[in-house]
Write a protein that binds this ligand. Structure first.
Ligand SMILES: *Cc1c(COP(=O)(O)O)cnc(C)c1O
Length: 365
């Protein structure tokens, strides 16, 4: 079986470093807000090339706390792409605001900027920009729109560690960037973990306080916050893995290039396209195909595991019935029946890519 994801293989390659890092934390009882957290925050802000990084409990909290830090009026509208994981929109509602879904492009799967502009109203105050599958959005266009309408930007980088737009890491373009270190992400912890990056000093202080009971020092609570902190053990694990991230992303890009070379593209089979100015982190390698479920089955019977990200577009979920935005003419509402994620990661060999591509070409012959 060619696995969709193989975290065990990755662990075996770095076992000595990881085991030592974990042992050190336990011996030093450095569990909460200790040295390992500060070190990882510094390393990660340097990696993204921003001033500040604040570790939090997970990627969903990262989005929610980032939005909360803007202090927008209650009921403000925030635009979110309809093709994402629910965390992108959940964070908006949880922070006390109203979700407005926008459409995505069929070729890049990223936010359709013209559609975003059509949906902006007097109440629109921010955009959640999702670098879906690791494919950077058109940040020049996003930034222009934000300036024109005075909007805050949160970049949802949960799938985009190591992705670049015009040579610069994503996460550093918006007011804030939100990262998830869920185990299966490009940079994954061994449990839940997340981080927020920003170069805005006052936002960074507010974010740190929100995630730590509204305080800076021990019992000086300035306001009611919450508890969402990066775990010390996870921080130590992430520091070890961060050193390997560029190699892993390079490997993903090589696998993607091989897929692009081997899969015969035609009307029934299209691979995700990139903007000229972007370097995709290929968290997922997604194809847009006809007869998707049949192909998934066919690959499975030939020993190839695949995934679907995501099977139901956000506007069509029961959770968003109240928005009444499930209209069939949105691209995202049709794309969910066509997307298929092929096996991707360091565990995939060039031989695997050839085998999988041949199966796909055969299926559509
Ligand atoms: C994984 C993911 C999240 C949420 O991250 P968690 O750490 O699981 O909370 C948010 N947005 C996107 C696009 C994701 O893929």
């Amino acid at each position: 079986m060619i696995k969709f994801l193989d975290l065990g293989l990755q662990y075996r390659g770095i076992k000595v470093e990881i085991d030592l890092a974990i042992e050190t934390i336990i011996q030093n009882t450095d569990f909460i807000n200790g040295q390992s957290v500060r070190e990882f925050e510094q390393e990660f802000s340097a990696y993204i090339d921003v001033e500040h990084c604040i570790g939090v409990g997970n990627g969903t909290d990262a989005l929610e706390i980032a939005i909360e830090s803007f202090g927008l009026p209650k009921g403000a509208e925030i635009i979110v792409p309809g093709n994402s994981f629910i965390a992108s929109s959940e964070a908006v509602t949880r922070a006390g605001h109203r979700v407005q879904f926008c459409d995505c492009r069929e070729d890049t799967f990223s936010m359709d900027i013209e559609d975003v502009e059509r949906r902006i109203t007097e109440s629109t105050k921010a955009l959640v920009v999702v670098h879906m599958y690791g494919n950077p959005c058109d940040m020049d266009a996003v930034t222009k729109l934000a300036e024109k309408y005075n909007l805050r930007i949160v970049e949802d980088c949960a799938q985009a560690h190591g992705a670049k737009y015009k040579g610069k890491m994503v996460g550093g373009f918006g007011d804030v960037g939100a990262f998830s270190f869920y185990p299966g992400k490009n940079l994954g912890a061994y449990g839940d973990a997340g981080a927020i990056v920003t170069s805005d000093h006052s936002l960074s202080e507010k974010i740190r306080m929100i995630g730590n009971h509204g305080r800076i020092s021990k019992y000086d609570h300035e306001f009611e916050g919450r508890n969402s902190r990066l775990d010390g053990l996870q921080a130590a694990i992430l520091s070890v893995k961060l050193k390997h991230l560029d190699d892993w992303v390079a490997r993903r890009r090589a696998v993607a290039e091989a897929y692009l070379k081997n899969i015969v593209q035609k009307d029934e089979v299209r691979c995700m396209t990139l903007l000229n100015s972007s370097e995709c982190a290929y968290h997922l390698f997604v194809v847009r195909v006809n007869r998707r479920d049949e192909l998934k089955n066919y690959l499975n019977t030939h020993g190839v595991e695949t995934g679907i990200h995501y099977p139901v577009a956000l506007p069509k979920l029961n959770a968003y019935k109240y928005l009444q935005q499930s209209s069939g003419d949105m691209v995202c509402n049709q794309l969910d029946g066509k997307v298929l994620s092929l096996p991707m990661g360091e565990h995939i060999t060039m031989k695997n890519v050839k085998y999988i591509s041949d199966l796909i070409n055969e299926f559509y012959k």
